[in-house]
Design a protein around this ligand. Structure first.
Ligand code: FAD
Ligand code: FES
Ligand code: MG
Length: 366
């Protein structure tokens, strides 16, 4: 019990303790504390100040270290020490990039529908990313990332072939059930095209007739068309502006597929929540079993924090351990979309702080 700032008593000995800001916990540990080795409160009160001053210096130094890590031009020193090597980087468009990572154990264990939690450098945040491909022979996994905020933009700048990701944990989530399906439609919208690939390949390898439906804003953003076509019996491309394939949203492609194939027995859709909601509404009247892959905010990825709570039917589920795939006809998409927006102010602050602190970051106007 403490009766004085920075002091607390345990086992009849006085200790000094100073709380560490959350942002520095990864550098300093949880809180700074040290025994003053005295039972006398009066002695402890006098003895605390040099320790508090020393702790303050440690916190200042940790802050500087953290700032230096953020400012490192290529980020190489922050990502080259420990971690998992990036063996290939490809820019699929201005805002979308692919990273291939050497991680043999993960490549061996990965299954369609699963994801990883990545920390890009020692002071980075945890972000979930879907395994867009895996190659067991080469021991690599592939991630396709859209630069939307602080972390994904920082990674876009730092992560080059030859550098390392600090931590890659997985595979997480329940693998997609791909066996026993005779005719499958696999729908990917925008970035969702990448994670649909392992599903589509697995359906094909399990003997299904596979129809791919992929949607992009415009022709220039199309990627992996040939890669997808290899495992598709039919591939329908849709573009919002009509510059390639069917003009319009993926729902148009789904309608075309269902018209031709009323015997489809499974549809899986991956993309922005609004797109997955529209896909589920398109298949509902046709009574086609529809799976969607949900992307709520995840923190620990182990079912402990509750961050990824989603509503499915009358149940509350945690997408990281119960999903991320769920019955699209049961998902409460409005709840999902509202929850995805709830840290908007903090995300903006983090992005602005990073843009202002990093001399190599593009300007805010970009
Ligand atoms: P921020 O500015 O922090 O956030 C931008 C938006 O991203 C937020 O408004 C929120 O909607 C979302 N977001 C932020 N933090 C998280 C978080 N910890 N978890 C989930 N969403 C968050 N993105 C890809 O580009 N490629 C993928 O393959 C991919 N797979 C995903 C798989 C799963 C299972 C989930 C849950 C998400 C996936 N995402 C994927 C989304 C990705 O995790 C977020 O875009 C990323 O965390 C944004 O981080 P940021 O700091 O750059 O942006
Ligand atoms: Fe914490 Fe799912 S991410 S419970
Ligand atoms: Mg973030």
């Amino acid at each position: 019990m403490s009766d004085s700032k920075y002091l607390f008593q345990r086992n009849q000995t006085w200790w000094v303790k100073i709380a560490v800001p959350a942002s520095l916990r990864s550098v300093l540990g949880h809180d700074l504390r040290r025994s003053l080795k005295t039972r006398s409160l009066e002695v402890a009160k006098e003895a605390r100040w040099p320790v508090v001053a020393e702790f303050r210096d440690m916190i200042d130094e940790a802050r500087k270290q953290q700032e230096r890590a953020c400012r490192t031009p290529s980020g190489r020193d922050a990502v080259s020490g420990v971690g998992f090597e990036i063996t290939r980087r490809e820019d699929l468009s201005e805002g979308t990039y692919l990273l291939e990572i050497h991680h043999p154990a993960l490549a061996r264990a990965a299954a369609p529908g699963q994801f990883v939690v990545v920390i890009s450098h020692a002071h980075g945040e945890r972000i979930p990313l879907t395994i867009a491909d895996f190659d067991r022979d080469a021991g690599t996994i592939t991630l396709v990332i859209q630069a939307v905020g602080k972390t994904t933009r920082e990674m876009q700048q730092r992560c080059q072939a030859g550098t390392k990701l600090h931590s890659v944990v997985g595979p997480m989530g329940i693998p997609s059930p791909v066996a026993g399906v005779a005719k499958a439609v696999c729908v990917g919208g925008g970035l969702g095209v990448a994670p649909i690939y392992p599903q589509l390949r697995a359906f094909k390898q399990n003997g299904a007739y596979v129809i791919g439906v992929v949607g992009f804003k415009t022709r220039e953003l199309i990627f992996w068309e040939d890669k997808l076509a290899e495992y598709c019996d039919e591939l329908i491309v849709c573009t919002d502006d009509g510059s390639a394939g069917i003009p319009g949203l993926v729902t148009k492609g789904i309608e075309a597929a269902l018209e031709q194939h009323p015997d489809v027995d499974r549809l899986i859709a991956i993309g922005p929540p609004i797109m997955m909601k529209a896909c589920a509404e398109t298949t509902r009247p046709h009574r086609v079993a529809t799976t969607v892959s949900l992307n709520p905010v995840m923190v620990d990825g182990t079912g402990m924090c509750g961050g990824c709570r989603v509503r499915v039917g009358d149940k509350v589920k945690f997408a990281c351990v119960d999903g991320p795939e769920f019955d699209g006809h049961e998902v409460d998409f409005d709840d999902l979309m509202a929850r995805l927006r709830r840290f908007g102010a903090q995300e903006k602050l983090a992005l602005d702080a990073w843009l202002n602190s990093d001399p190599e970051a593009p300007s805010r106007a970009d």
